[in-house]
Design a protein around this ligand. Sequence first.
Ligand SMILES: *Cc1c(COP(=O)(O)O)cnc(C)c1O
Length: 418
Amino acid sequence: MDSVKDFDPVIYSLIKQEEQRQADKIRMIASENYASKAVLETTGSVLTNKYSEGYAGKRYYEGQQIIDQIEELAIQRAKDLFGAEHVNVQPYSGSPANIAVYLAFLQPGDTILGMALPHGGHLTHGAKVSLSGRYFNAQSYELDPATGRLNYDAIREKAKTVRPKIIIAGHSAYPRIPDFKIFREIADEVGALFMVDMAHFAGLVAGGVHPSPVPYADVVTTTTHKSLRGPRGAMIMCKAKYAAAIDKAVFPGVQGGPHDNTTAAIAVALKEASSNEFKQYATQVLKNASTLATALIEKGFKLITEGTENHLLLVDLNNKGLSGKQAAKALDKAGIVLNSNAVPYDTRKPFDPSGIRMGTPALTSRGFKEPEMLQVAELIDQVIRNFKDEDFLSQTAKKVKTLCSAFPAPGLEHLQNN
Ligand SMILES: *Cc1c(COP(=O)(O)O)cnc(C)c1O
């Protein structure tokens, strides 16, 4: 990064500091990861200089000899990996991808049915503050109060009552696997389209350790930067009969020119995600999450649904004498980075909820396995017990740094040589 260093030492220094932070911390934000050096290089390439509104073979500007090949390759790799009939790789990120799906199939005021935000759904699944909740009649389903799990009878009843045009499955903070087959049946019973937003667990699907929604859903959206470990971006997959509607909604409906550097980096990430190493990574993400869950339960933590079957855990701290925000702040000082999170039927406010969410994709990418997860559980427990002890927190941060130094993170290998 010599050019940045010369021209803009301030930004250079901030990037270097962020590199060091990512190297030295146990990063457990469930949506984050470490993209590979190949993905980072591609994202930073001259492809950022090109404009290519339209689709391969039907562009508005000339000079697309190379870009068309890149986009077609990204699409083909996504089709091969996920078995999708049609793929659009242009959405700028997960939120615009979901908005494009709504634009493709809905009129303002139409009804959608998604998972409630405080129960693990995403803003774009109909939250009132989001366009999805303002321009549409957004109805939501909630988790079962007794089990913390999806209740398909209740979802079916709700669907029959509100008659949505689209039913959305998928989540940002739910530690279980949705039953896509039942969702499909419910959608068929009420004549709704079935959409799955697999932003969080796409990497697990790619790695073959999570059921794929692709055979069941009319439309599947995903980010590419979470468990899938690619650049910041998104894709929409759909049945062939919806291809034209989806493509038109993305461009010109929601967006202008695609980010060709991102498209190429998605292609690289999809090649990585087709490898055996990636299957091992996805398998280990699950092992790490379940090891952590078991260890935390043994230490008296209350996990929503008593465990996990994906990459994330949701912990209710009500029995621990501190709020989610207090816990997340203390853990951050101790070098363990995660986020506070609402738990189902939370009585606290969204900005300072009762729980914390933690995920294993990033630390699995840097090579943490079961023994390290036991250490992580121990560190989390100690920090929660001593959350007001600043000295203890900074001592822990040093221990965390030492632990991390033995596990060079993808994309940050160069720091190990320093
Ligand atoms: C992260 C996420 C998104 C949005 O992704 P952005 O890239 O942040 O816009 C959409 N849906 C779900 C379920 C997510 O978890």
